[in-house]
Design a protein around this ligand. Structure first.
Ligand code: NIG
Ligand code: FE
Length: 458
């Protein structure tokens, strides 16, 4: 019943209002941490240049706490004593003790190809014996092998393997991941893969940013020009219908811009057609050969360009001007023994540099901690540079850095609790992240937790 204006409120209503004013629902309190890696603390959307070499890390003798509200957002980060008194009247759904541990933001994996069937372990052997990526591709291996094998699998089989891979990424600390289609190539298969990714979004513990990558290779029955036309005139309009009807929520468009795949002009037309239906441009460029992909991408407002082993000086300058994010993929350069991408030149020029696993059957890596280690050891990044690249800058590569990529009040409570006294252990202890990560939290809910915590420093 409506209460008459001006008349005193009934006592029960008053009590309820006071109670809800005093005690909003809170999902999570993580308290007493030794260090918290905020990454940024003044709302930066990405970091560049010398700032990439600095990480905002907070340490307090009495420990630091993070409180997450009922919407899964960070409500407060502060000295444990202050957070305790601010919420002394509140019962949190979950409380975690992070004494002698560190709180990190969840990792953002800026580049993955996670939906496919048919591993390529045999090719790994060929690569070790010296075969190049394009030689394997031309012999019907590579992407074509995976496309054929994926076509044979049911929706349920692909759903199950995708979900399993995403669960494993979550256990390695990833809380937001870019997921590409691209092992369908033909319209119906590409849309099928995107729909399966869409279905997994509802069940998966981590968040997904979907990418349409129909131009991942040229189907065997088409010329490159025919494939380009079919993508622009047939696939992208179908994608738009599915997005408009609410069946899909795809955010990005990708093309493999490479010699003998899609040339820069064809890539540009495809990417522009995607942009025209509202997608962000985020594509593979300058990987195996210098094709001036970076210059082309910057000219059409690419949010991000991946790989860049063969980027030119002009390409670096163009990306620095448009602040297109360079998504660096150390696993690919490592597995294929490619020339390392010029990461320090990109950083010095002012390009925001991000990292991704590039998880795919050619480079089978699900772990951002391993990627950060490779980025430091094989590509010459410092640990703060790699950490910024794996969080705030990879969030920027997906247009999500207003809500993800750092521990700041108002952003999502995506956290990792690290059983180590200093954050650098997550990079330094190569391959030991499963032992170091005590808990992974997505929007204030614990999605992975180790049962037995030991304080042994492995
Ligand atoms: O990013 N370069 C194109 N795409 C993938 C490889 C995909 C595959 O080999 O299956 C990449 O490395
Ligand atoms: Fe890739």
């Amino acid at each position: 019943m409506a209460h008459a204006r001006g008349a005193p409120e009934p006592a029960a209503n008053r009590r309820q209002a006071m109670c809800s004013r005093r005690a909003p629902r809170m999902l999570l309190l993580v308290h007493s941490a030794k260090q918290v890696v905020l990454v940024t603390n003044s709302g930066e959307k990405y970091v560049t240049g010398e700032r990439m070499g600095r990480l905002v890390v907070w340490e307090e003798p009495g420990g630091i706490s993070v409180a997450v509200d009922g919407d899964g957002k960070i409500a407060k980060v502060g000295k444990s004593s202050e957070v305790q008194s601010a919420y002394s009247h509140v019962k949190f759904d979950e409380v975690l003790d992070a004494s002698n541990m560190c709180i990190l933001p969840g990792f953002v994996d800026g580049h993955t190809h996670p939906i496919w069937s048919g591993d390529r372990v045999g090719e790994f052997e060929m690569k070790l014996a010296g075969a190049t990526y394009l030689e394997i591709h031309e012999k019907g291996g590579g992407i074509f092998f995976t496309v054929d094998s994926t076509k044979e699998r049911s929706d349920v089989e692909l759903y199950t393997s995708l979900k399993h891979r995403l669960d494993m990424m979550a256990q390695s600390g990833t809380t937001l991941v870019e997921c590409k289609s691209g092992y369908g190539l033909e319209k119906n298969e590409e849309m099928r893969l995107l729909k399966i990714i869409e279905g997994v979004k509802k069940e998966c513990p981590i968040e997904i940013s979907s990418t349409y990558c129909g131009a991942h290779a040229v189907p065997r029955n088409k010329s490159t020009e025919e494939a380009t036309t079919s993508i622009i005139d047939d696939q992208i309009p179908e994608l738009k219908n599915l997005i408009d009807s609410g069946a899909l929520s795809v955010e990005n468009i990708d093309v493999f811009c490479e010699e003998k795949v899609f040339d820069p002009d064809q890539s540009k037309r495809i990417l522009q057609a995607g942009k025209d239906i509202g997608l962000r441009i985020n594509f593979h460029g300058d990987e195996l050969h210098p094709t001036k992909s970076a210059e082309m991408g910057a000219s059409i407002g690419a949010t991000a360009i991946s790989h860049l082993e063969e980027i030119s000086h002009d390409g670096i300058a163009a990306m620095a001007k448009t602040k297109s994010v360079a998504v660096i993929l150390p696993t690919t350069a490592y597995v294929m023994k490619l020339k390392p991408p010029p990461v320090q030149q990109l950083i010095r020029a002012g390009v925001p540099v991000a990292l991704g696993t590039d998880f795919n059957p050619n480079a089978y890596c699900l772990s951002m901690p391993i990627v950060m280690n490779l980025a430091c050891v094989t590509l010459g990044m410092s640990m703060p540079e790699a950490f910024n690249a794996a969080t705030i800058n990879s969030a920027a590569s997906l247009g999500r850095s207003a809500t993800h990529g750092s521990i700041e009040e108002g952003k999502y409570g995506d956290l990792i609790i690290l059983n180590a006294p200093r954050w650098e252990h997550i990079i330094y202890q190569l391959g030991n992240h499963h032992n170091l990560i005590y808990a992974v939290i997505k929007k204030g809910r614990v999605i992975h937790q180790k049962q037995c915590v030991s304080s042994i420093q492995y």
